[in-house]
Design a protein around this ligand. Structure first.
Ligand SMILES: [Zn+2]
Length: 202
């Protein structure tokens, strides 16, 4: 844990994870880029509205018997509504958990990346190779970042459009997300609600 001061409003802030790229000030809503000892203002956005969820930023508990704590959350808007990505300290490493209308997927393994130009033309139902692994695309869509809170280690500014792909490879779920500049590919597994125990909050 590291104590900081919000560059915008002067509020005391804490950084819990050394991999976090952005910290959202709880008090004024400013998104601050973490660059060594410097916090640079990336923008000020409205706070995310509360909504019913098992989770909240600052909550902790266990997933599949391993401990987690929630560092932050990024919310996306798409044609079908909203989905959230919760950023976790999970079993001593980083992970994120997607929550979409009561379904939960835990992504904890960063996969080899590819050029966005290779992914862009692909459609649902098609296969491609990621290194040695064959990946099948199940769904591809567009979403817009609605906002964030807490600490984020995958960061896109609110208002930015991204493409998301749900895919499968060797029995695992694969999530691909890319904006104009950045791409992230993770593999993970679906969770049942009973796999998740939330035991504490802040
Ligand atoms: Zn602030």
């Amino acid at each position: 844990m590291e104590s900081r001061i919000c560059t915008s409003c002067g509020a005391p802030l804490v950084i819990r994870n050394r991999f976090s790229k952005v910290l959202v000030c709880d008090y004024c809503g400013t998104h601050l880029k973490i660059d060594g000892d410097t916090l640079t203002i990336s923008g000020r956005f409205p706070k995310l509205a509360g909504f019913p969820s098992l989770f909240s930023t600052g909550a902790s508990g266990t997933i599949l018997g391993k401990s987690f704590s929630i560092l932050g959350r990024m919310r996306y808007r798409y044609d079908g509504g909203y989905f959230d990505e919760w950023f976790l300290d999970f079993d001593g490493g980083n992970a994120w958990l997607t929550e979409d209308e009561g379904t939960y997927t835990l992504y904890s393994d960063l996969m080899e990346s590819v050029d966005i130009s290779e992914i862009e033309p692909l459609r649902a139902g098609q296969n491609f190779l990621l290194g040695e692994k064959k990946v099948m695309i199940k769904e591809k869509g567009r979403a817009v970042v609605d906002g964030g809170e807490g600490e984020l280690y995958f960061y896109v500014k609110p208002g930015t459009g991204i493409t998301y792909i749900d895919a499968v490879s060797e029995g695992k779920k694969v999530a691909i997300e890319y904006s104009d500049e950045e791409i992230e590919i993770f593999s993970g597994r679906p969770l049942m609600k009973r796999d998740i125990v939330v035991s504490g909050g802040e």
